[in-house]
Design a protein around this ligand. Structure first.
Ligand code: DX5
Ligand code: ZN
Length: 226
């Protein structure tokens, strides 16, 4: 692995106790680099989650980077609001924006970093033309909409394709994997080339979220030294 690739755990607050969100985030803050925020609209995915007011509240309690995963149809209409609330990056879906160049530019124009996500039925070839315009590629390893689902192994092949593309083009693009990541799956995701690991139920769903994060980090490090 090249030296500039940083491995990051991104706890997803979807699995947190939202009535104690500040406390939950404070617990893991010393041990992680970013917080994953799942925004769902009930249209693109069959579920509703949280949105701009929660991001604004989170921004007051943490300096961590807020990695906002927008599972929604009209993300382009709300980019200034996401930025004002305190989002650092927004990840939009290629299934919503088959040509993501305008939405990516609009996000950059308001000071947001940009990610592009693709779902289990979508091939890497559909995002490949746009890799160079984003900071992060998000490979969905479950069908989006719910936490706690089983990891889909076929996503590893797509992580490998993404990692090969990024390295062969000398890009710094992060490759994030989202869904079903925990002690049983994080090693294979790392081996395939992911370097940002979203973990919801395997962190905030655990009795001791800090111990859970440390264990995930240990598992990544043990792969690095192999
Ligand atoms: C699912 C979301 C995920 C979710 C992951 O649609 O995008 O970020 O929080 O949850 P786990 O880690 O429990 O699979
Ligand atoms: Zn997510």
């Amino acid at each position: 692995m090249l030296p500039f690739v940083r491995n990051l755990i991104a706890p997803s607050i979807l699995a947190a106790d939202l009535a104690r969100l500040g406390e939950e985030v404070d617990l893991v803050t010393p041990y992680v680099d970013l917080i994953h925020v799942d925004v769902m609209d009930g249209h693109f995915v069959p579920n509703l989650s949280l949105g701009i007011p929660v991001i604004a509240s989170l921004r007051k309690t943490t300096d961590l980077k807020l990695d906002c995963h927008l599972m929604m149809q009209n993300a382009d209409r709300y980019l200034p609001e996401f930025r004002e609330a305190g989002a650092d990056s927004v990840t939009v879906h290629i299934e919503v924006y088959p040509d993501p160049r305008p939405v990516a530019q609009a996000a950059r124009d308001v000071g947001l970093e940009v990610g592009i996500a693709f779902n289990p039925p979508t091939e890497f070839s559909e995002v490949e033309p746009f890799v160079e315009l984003c900071d992060m590629l998000l490979v969905m390893s479950v069908h989006p909409g719910f936490g706690g689902q089983a990891f889909i192994d076929d996503s590893l092949r797509k992580v490998e394709e993404a990692r090969n593309f990024v390295e062969s083009h000398d890009l710094l693009t992060d490759i994030e994997i989202d869904g079903g990541i925990g002690p049983a799956t994080i090693g294979k995701a790392k081996d395939a080339g992911a370097n940002v690991f979203v973990a919801g139920s395997s962190v905030f769903g655990q009795e001791d979220p800090v111990a859970a994060v440390l264990e995930l980090q240990r598992l990544i490090e043990s792969r690095e030294s192999r």
